[in-house]
Design a protein around this ligand. Structure first.
Ligand SMILES: [Zn+2]
Length: 484
């Protein structure tokens, strides 16, 4: 019998019913056009993960290519990147700002910062907005399909590491296509049962027919200009995706992510970054070429954040200065909706998606979707308190809430951390703490939950030891001050 009470998360909603505007756009100003943007039937939203201005500059300098497709945009501005809890955003919070027009905490995906498990509500993303408008909608990436950026346009979960939850939400989504590198949490049977054609290589992609919905799981990498054998280029993926989506009279929304600009910059691999950036740029060329023949398509290129802190040094060479993200502004390039940004205008990352929604005819974005999100597997564990107090020679039972999907069975393991000297039994009761550690304060207790899907999740809390006044007297009388 377990003493802790775990709150099994119950699922209430199946579909989205009512959209409640979070804020009104009534206040119009000169630089925030709101309803004044030229609307477009189609939107192609392209994200170069980790792509800063100097990623582009370095690529052009090193390769000697004077003009790339990103130079051909009529509107050029900047997106100001940060997350709700950090000056430097990660791809989950960055992706959420770009998909849903809200800033959330790093590692959160498509959820509000004060409701990370989406127990009450969540923000709608642009791909879902497209579906609600009767448009076709798709997400393609060179990352895993469960990666933070595609997830921000197709899932709502407390952490980018909740792969199982992300993939399950994608599989039950109304998106028409979700393509990327194969993720371990993918299940072909479920995908087919939910109406997706499943393919694993270039031939499978090319064989897709119009009117089909598809889940692409490329078994090798697809990010280079010359991809792995039997794999498509980003350019080919983008062309095929547009081809499949543009048969709907209501239009389409397509998110295209070039993920390896970021990944190569994390490991400071300049040449790999350049290769990834040029592969992404070729995909941009496909989108531009399509939009130019039509006049009803917005093409937008930006990044979630810069990676690597690329700086031009005194010798005229671009150097990496970090292996992580930075907080600098990133490029914002727009084609197809005049007035989207003024030349050189700097706007918040979340403002980018709000304006895209306006171009899609939705002036009340961001939109709040009421109701709980259905999760799969354990998506979180939380203690009521971050710190507990334990009276000396008494015991305390920790009571974590486990946030898990319906039907997910799970087991809980308690551990004292290396530094603590606490004893915790299987029910989470802290029964003893070694005396030598008592007056110096605290023990850290780790809890690990493993569910029936094999997924583990972990969190920690702190237990502080307190003495009653008489315990101090006894302690001093027995051992004296020198005891410690
Ligand atoms: Zn990154």
């Amino acid at each position: 019998m377990k003493k802790f009470y775990a709150r099994l998360f119950s699922v209430i909603i199946a579909t989205v019913m009512a959209f409640v505007p979070v804020r009104s756009l009534a206040a119009k100003s000169a630089d925030v056009g709101g309803a004044d943007y030229k609307t477009c039937k189609n939107v192609i939203f392209m994200i170069g993960d980790g792509m800063g201005f100097n990623s582009i500059n370095k690529t052009k300098l090193e390769t000697g290519i004077k003009t790339i497709n990103m130079d051909l945009f009529p509107m050029n501005g900047e997106s100001k990147t940060r997350s709700a809890d950090n000056e430097v955003t990660d791809s989950a919070a960055g992706g959420t700002a770009l998909s849903s027009a809200v800033r959330t905490n790093n590692s959160y995906v498509g959820v509000y910062s004060d409701d990370k498990y989406a127990l009450e509500s969540h923000p709608m993303n642009l791909a879902e907005l497209a579906v609600a408008q009767g448009k076709k909608s798709g997400v393609i990436t060179t990352d895993l399909t469960s990666g933070a950026t595609p997830a921000s346009f197709s899932a709502h979960t407390s952490s980018r590491t909740n792969e199982l939850d992300i993939t399950a939400q994608q599989l039950s989504s109304d998106l028409d296509l979700i393509w990327g590198e194969k993720t371990a949490s993918f299940d072909e049977t479920t995908a087919k049962a939910n109406g997706f054609d499943v393919f694993y290589d270039k031939a499978g992609m090319e064989a897709l027919s119009e009117g089909s919905r598809s889940f692409g799981q490329f078994t090798s990498s697809v990010w280079q200009q010359t991809p792995a054998e039997n794999m498509p280029t980003m350019e080919e993926m983008t062309r095929k995706a547009i081809d499949l989506l543009d048969d709907d009279e209501d239009g389409f929304f397509l998110m295209v992510e070039g993920a390896h600009i970021d990944k190569n910059s994390h490991s400071n691999k300049g040449e790999g970054m350049e290769d990834a950036l040029l592969a992404f740029d070729k995909a941009i060329g496909v989108a531009l070429e399509y939009a130019k023949t039509r006049g009803d398509t917005l093409v937008l290129v930006t990044a979630d954040h810069e990676t690597g802190g690329l700086t031009l040094n005194g010798e005229g060479v671009y150097e990496y200065t970090t292996d992580y993200h930075t907080g600098v502004n990133v490029p914002l390039l727009v084609y197809g909706s005049e007035g989207f940004i003024n030349d050189g205008e700097k706007i918040d990352n979340k403002e980018v998606s709000r304006r895209v929604a306006c171009v899609m005819g939705e002036n009340n974005f961001p939109l709040k979707v009421e109701g709980a999100v259905k999760h799969t597997g354990v998506v979180g564990i939380e203690f009521e308190e971050k710190e507990y107090s334990l009276r000396y020679r008494s015991s305390i039972t920790l009571s974590p809430n486990v946030i898990a999907g319906e039907g997910a069975e799970y087991s809980v393991t308690y551990l004292s951390s290396k530094t603590s000297r606490a004893t915790v039994d299987e029910n989470g009761t802290v029964t003893s703490v070694k005396q030598s550690n008592l007056d110096r304060g605290s023990a850290v207790i780790l809890i690990t939950v493993t569910d029936s899907y094999g997924r583990s999740n972990e969190t920690a809390c702190k237990v502080n030891i307190e003495f009653a006044w008489w315990q101090w007297i006894v302690k001093i009388a027995l051992f004296g001050w020198l005891w410690y």
